[in-house]
Design a protein around this ligand. Structure first.
Ligand code: SF4
Ligand code: SF4
Length: 154
């Protein structure tokens, strides 16, 4: 049987996210403990080749940058399988920071919630390519296991 550590290692080396069997309440614990190390990997193309953007966010980004949606799409995005992505290395990553960081409605949703992904079936999906998330996922899992064992012992 694959242990969680093995699963996380494999996910990290294969560039996959990993679903952790954590209840949604752990999302709060994750964010409380997560401290981005600003390594830039999630903006420079090391982790993914593009950041998915919805039509609404594309429109907001274009307005924020003072250009038409058409210009924005042509200059900063590409499509794959009918979905649109902002190019990576991301053009908005400058001098080690995201120039859109405080523009909540003009920043891809995937960036706002990274390194977590939208929960599926109550399970958090953590991108194990983020070094900090990998470390934290292990820690949380250990706490989770300990909690389960304590529950079972009662
Ligand atoms: S990969 Fe993780 S630690 Fe590095 S900048 Fe992105 S969120 Fe922060
Ligand atoms: S929009 Fe910001 S957070 Fe998202 S990939 Fe670009 S620089 Fe990084």
């Amino acid at each position: 049987m694959t242990t969680l550590d093995e699963g996380l290692e494999r996910a990290a080396s294969d560039n996959h996210a990993v679903a952790l069997p954590l209840d949604l309440e752990w999302a709060g614990a994750f964010w409380e403990a997560f401290h981005c190390q600003r390594c830039g990997k999630c903006c420079t193309g090391d982790i993914c080749k593009g950041a998915y953007v919805s039509t609404e966010v594309v429109a907001n980004m274009a307005v924020h940058l003072g250009m038409s949606t058409k210009q924005f799409k042509k200059r900063y995005t590409y499509t794959d399988n009918g979905r649109r992505y902002v190019l990576q290395p991301c053009p908005f990553y400058q001098d080690g920071v995201c120039k859109l960081y405080h523009m909540h409605n003009a920043r891809p949703t995937v960036c706002r919630i990274f390194p977590l992904d939208i929960p599926v079936d109550g399970k958090l999906t953590v991108n194990a390519r983020c070094p900090e998330a990998l470390t934290l996922a292990r820690t949380l899992w250990k706490s989770f296991e300990t909690g389960l064992q304590q529950k079972e012992a009662k």
